[in-house]
Design a protein. Structure first.
Ligand SMILES: CC(=O)N[C@H](C=O)[C@@H](O)[C@H](O)[C@H](O)COP(=O)(O)O
Length: 237
């Protein structure tokens, strides 16, 4: 196994992403978030956009998994959809490139096979973001470096779960020769343990670490529910 992937075994990867419109959007801010994640013990950072990857590479010593979220009019694929995004991430210094590895059509008709071999040609590792076991198995046959359950719940044909898809983690880990990463809706430390017990090579946590507006909402919601319990109705004053 590649040395970087070896280094990620049984560890936490922090996804540090803030899209335009989110309060923490901006590469300098994401670099600081990545630094905080490094201090907290993350083994790698997953980041969106060439600008963020570049800023994060400067700020931390960890491997960076890069992706570019970009919408194209002719496709539902938005995570590193074309060769152009691979070029951007390679130039920015990403160590691994995460890409949508579903079988859905890509912009301009570029194939998943071409995407994976293009990443290999550039000497980089690939993380195949999948939503089902079938997609995981197919990505495995293409020679991806690892697979991540990122897209379970985000394609119309995958289970729409509230929590992480640990059934998929377990099935994919049992079926594939490459590492399977658990990713998506992991909110609690106990779920990290459960994912590793299910066979995950490593675990990616995003929003629960790096989206403070969502973290705050969970606590605010808890306060609202407590008031309901105490007073039987909404905040009375
Ligand atoms: C579906 C999709 O676009 N996922 C994105 C992939 O990079 C990110 O928005 C997520 O934050 C990341 O996958 C981590 O997941 P969570 O934030 O649930 O821990």
């Amino acid at each position: 196994m590649n040395a970087i992937l070896q280094q990620l075994r049984f560890t936490l990867i922090a996804s540090c992403q803030a899209l335009p419109g989110e309060p923490l959007h901006g590469s300098e801010i994401m670099a600081r978030m990545a630094l905080a994640a490094q201090e907290g013990g993350a083994s790698a950072i997953r980041a969106n956009s060439a600008a963020d990857v570049q800023a994060i590479k400067k700020a931390v010593s960890l491997p960076v998994i890069g992706l570019v979220k970009r919408d194209y009019p002719d496709s539902d694929v938005y995570i590193t959809p074309t060769l152009r995004e691979i070029d951007e991430l390679a130039e920015a210094g990403a160590d691994l490139i995460a890409l949508d590895a579903t079988r859905r059509p890509r912009p301009g008709g570029v194939t998943l096979e071409r995407m994976v071999s293009y990443i290999q040609e550039r000497g980089l590792l690939s993380m195949a973001d999948i939503s089902t076991l079938e997609e995981a198995v197919y990505a495995g046959t293409l020679g991806v470096s690892c697979v991540s359950t990122t897209l379970s719940g985000y394609t119309p044909y995958s289970p729409q779960l509230e929590g992480p898809d640990l059934t998929l983690v377990q099935a994919a880990a049992a079926a594939l020769p490459v590492p399977v990463i658990a990713e998506g809706r992991i909110q609690e430390p106990g779920q990290v343990q459960a994912a590793l017990q299910a066979g995950a090579h490593a675990v990616v946590v995003g929003s629960a670490i790096s989206r403070p507006q969502l973290i705050t909402r969970r606590f605010a919601e808890a306060a609202r529910k407590a008031v309901m319990l105490i007073h039987g109705n909404e905040r009375p004053y």
